[in-house]
Design a protein around this ligand. Structure first.
Ligand code: SF4
Length: 459
């Protein structure tokens, strides 16, 4: 396959290339990156704050693009599922959109009585120079709720910059609740978005071992919980790409240490519980309860996993996810099912992420940063993978190539975190990989990616 010259250093084959992968750079113009824009990065992080108002200051397309973008579940409030927009038009671009923003904010706050409001800047706002911060400040004073600007102009960086803008916005809320001091044996869960109920599973595990969860930022989040997040003793950061910045700010200002964890797969879920239990070593009962919980939960799912492993052993997978840390867990989880990862990539991985990824991958594995759809399709066919794990933008690539697919991102309906999530994951992978439908796919009929294959993909 012809790779764009500017992309060549963002793709390596583990064991064949010695130079480190190039990453954390702007997407190459014209490459049609799978990566989302800065605004989308902010929107996905803040969206699950369920009792907040989310107002997109920009053309209607930006709001439509991210409307209900995540399946983030709520245990109550539903306000967050609306996508409000100032719907900027040509006249607003000429004369400015501040007045429109002010009136939209006042009207929406009066109508919905949110606990806080987030205002997202989009590309055009960065171009015309609206002072979003000043409008937010004015409305906050008049309506007496936090109104927070999110500086997420789409063109100003990568999706990771959007994560940072979201962290900076939500950080304005932390520490604003009445401070009654630190809460004993307490944590914040950072970087789980409760896509299919994962936050509830994880919270329950921590509750069972005697650890209090102060706030989950942002899965099924409430503004009041976030306001008192500074009272937790430890921050557990799952999606490091999206939440490492917030964890670092809280460590700097509130001296709350942070630990990186993952809740996907047996090994990583167990490690996440032990990590917290050991941190609260003043109560050895917590560790004892964690050990018992892991033993009980693994005992329940292991016989089923063995059955799935028999059907999946020797199959190959490709992984393309947002944050590289999730990819580590997936590589390990696939190994447990007897599968090999032949292609792996992420939208926002850093140099250290990719170094660690190489450590756990087999020689020959293609590792790709900020992939394009054609690269992904081509590598999947070249490596003859049986499964692609990705999100909403990778699903059509897999189906067009005649490859099984597992959604590990926004649209999934089954929780894949925790011990029960590992079982769901194994079942979903097995059902998709062993589906009889793939025998009818062109690839299975022995056709290579020729001009015909490319035409089919384009169609
Ligand atoms: S912010 Fe810019 S790049 Fe993002 S959706 Fe809107 S117009 Fe597109």
């Amino acid at each position: 396959m012809k790779i764009l010259d500017d992309r060549k250093q963002q793709i390596i084959r583990h064991g064949l290339h010695t130079a480190p992968i190039v990453c954390e750079k702007h997407s190459v113009a014209g490459s049609v990156s799978q990566r989302a824009c800065v605004f989308c990065g902010s929107r996905v992080v803040l969206y699950p704050i369920t009792d907040a108002l989310h107002l997109v200051h920009g053309p209607i397309g930006c709001a439509a693009y991210t409307w209900d973008i995540r399946g983030a579940q709520s245990s109550g409030e539903q306000l967050y599922r609306n996508s409000f927009s100032t719907d900027l038009r040509e006249m607003d671009v000429i004369y400015g959109g501040e007045k429109k923003l002010y009136h939209a904010l006042c009207e929406l706050i009066d109508a919905h009585q949110p606990r806080a409001a987030f205002v997202y800047s989009t590309c055009i706002v960065g171009v015309i120079g609206d002072d979003v911060g000043a409008v937010c400040k004015r409305v906050a004073a008049e309506k007496n709720i936090p109104v927070l600007p999110v500086h997420s102009e789409g063109f100003k960086g990568t999706k990771k910059d959007g994560y940072r803008a979201a962290c900076e916005a939500v950080y304005q809320l932390i520490g604003t609740a009445k401070d009654n001091g630190p809460i004993q044996h307490s944590i914040n869960i950072l970087g789980d978005f409760n896509l299919a109920g994962e936050t509830w599973i994880i919270r329950d595990y921590y509750r069972r071992i005697g650890i209090n969860v102060v706030a989950c930022i942002t899965g099924d989040a409430r503004v009041d919980d976030i306001r008192q997040a500074h009272r937790a003793r430890l921050n557990l950061v799952q999606c490091s790409g999206s939440m490492a910045a917030l964890g670092a700010m809280m460590e700097r200002d509130y001296h709350i240490p942070l630990k990186r964890v993952s809740y996907f797969g047996i090994e990583d879920m167990s490690a996440a519980l032990y990590e917290a239990a050991k941190f609260f070593g003043d109560d050895p009962e917590i560790l004892r309860r964690a050990e018992k919980l892991v033993r009980d939960e693994v005992g329940k799912i292991y016989p089923h996993l063995r059955e799935f492993r028999k059907k999946l052993a020797g199959k190959k997978a490709a992984i393309y996810v947002g944050g590289a840390f999730k990819a580590f867990s997936l590589v390990r989880a696939l190994k447990m099912l007897g599968m090999r990862t032949a292609v792996v990539g992420s939208q926002t991985g850093g140099p250290e992420d990719y170094r660690q990824l190489q450590e756990i991958c087999d020689p020959g594995t293609v590792i790709v940063d900020d992939a394009t759809p054609l690269e992904l399709a081509q590598f999947c066919l070249e490596q003859d993978v049986d499964l692609l794990i990705g999100g909403v933008k990778e699903r059509p690539i897999a189906y067009k190539m005649g490859i099984a697919f597992c959604d590990h991102n926004h649209e999934r309906k089954e929780p894949l975190a925790g011990f029960v999530g590992m079982l769901n994951f194994a079942r979903e992978v097995c059902n998709s990989v062993t589906s009889p439908v793939w025998q009818f796919a062109p690839r299975r009929r022995g056709r290579s990616l020729s001009a015909t294959g490319n035409r089919e993909m384009a169609a």
